[in-house]
Design a protein around this ligand. Structure first.
Ligand code: AMP
Ligand code: FE
Ligand code: FE
Ligand code: ZN
Length: 281
């Protein structure tokens, strides 16, 4: 069983890479990818744990791109995690996340929410590559008693259009696709159903997007069938996974509940390898 979309404490998941891999192995998964937001910091620990459990870890990432002011999540797989241009880009992404965090903190302060975001800023400024995001702010709001859970914190304060929402800028989907490809990997448009991106898929494909996520905990059977048809029509690969962050999180699915068929995985890997340009020694 294959799950190519999992989060850890390197970004907004609640399990350490070690604990996540143990949970995945327990659930019967044999191939997994850890896809933290804008960071590869969890991959070494996840790789070591995967070796101990006898399962395969595919290098993964979930990068936030921006198109017309909207966040678009782009997954990347099979890349070389030591590629300097990728690492530089991701460092910039995390710096932008910290700047955004400061602005969200100002908003919350002005709105009268007494939470200590400076502790988060401090923690993630010196975190050796961990990526901060709104979910960690949501956790602080929950701890302070302002929201029951992450979802409520997004619905009342942090989500798009809510009072503490701070817009962001960032790289386009085409730029992110190229960054992943130049690191030897393949990009896949994350959860198009969740982001209501059907009308944009053909345009992304025309500008080089090589794959889309067909299987996801927020895609029902009808949506998965639709994205498979999109992929066939446009000649794209397909990826899939649970997007597990934590038990009782926004993506309710547990580890192992959403899996990618083996033939789709093999096709994705072939596409990643065959689009790889010969690299200078
Ligand atoms: P950010 O990276 O700061 O843009 O935060 C986006 C992340 O927040 C997503 O990757 C999800 O993991 C999480 N998220 C988005 N919407 C919600 C929600 N309604 N409830 C809980 N978490 C959410
Ligand atoms: Fe997330
Ligand atoms: Fe996502
Ligand atoms: Zn995700």
């Amino acid at each position: 069983m294959i799950d190519l979309h999992l989060h850890t404490t390197a970004s907004d998941g609640r399990l350490t890479p070690d604990a996540l891999v143990a949970r995945a192995a327990d659930a019967g998964l044999t191939i997994i990818s850890v896809t933290d937001h804008d960071t590869t910091a969890g991959l070494p620990e996840a790789g070591a744990a995967a070796r101990r459990h006898g399962i395969r870890l595919v290098n993964g990432i979930e990068i936030t791109a921006v198109e017309n002011g909207r966040d678009i999540h782009v997954l990347g797989y099979f890349f070389d995690p030591s590629e300097p241009s990728l690492l530089d880009f991701l460092r910039g992404q995390r710096e932008a996340r910290l700047r955004r965090l400061s602005r969200i903190a100002e908003r919350l302060h002005d709105l009268g929410y007494a939470i200590d975001v400076s502790a988060l800023i401090e923690e993630y400024s010196h975190s050796k590559g961990k990526a901060v995001g709104r979910p960690q702010v949501a956790d602080a709001l929950v701890s302070a008693g302002y929201a029951a859970d992450r979802r409520e914190a997004f619905d009342t304060l942090l989500g798009e259009g809510r009072p503490a929402f701070v817009p962001r800028g960032g790289a386009s989907v085409a730029d992110v696709v190229a960054i992943v490809r130049d690191a030897g990997g393949i990009a896949s448009l994350a959860h198009p159903g969740l982001m209501r991106l059907d009308d944009a898929i053909a345009g992304f494909a025309a500008s080089g997007l090589p794959a889309i996520e067909g299987w996801h905990s927020d895609h029902d059977a009808e949506a998965t069938a639709r994205y498979k048809r999109f992929a066939e029509t446009l000649g794209l690969g397909t990826s899939g996974g649970s997007d597990y962050h934590a038990e009782h999180s926004h993506h309710a699915a547990g580890i192992g509940s959403v899996t990618l068929p083996a033939d789709a995985f093999a096709d994705l890997e072939t596409r990643a390898t065959s689009s790889r340009r010969p690299r200078p020694e």
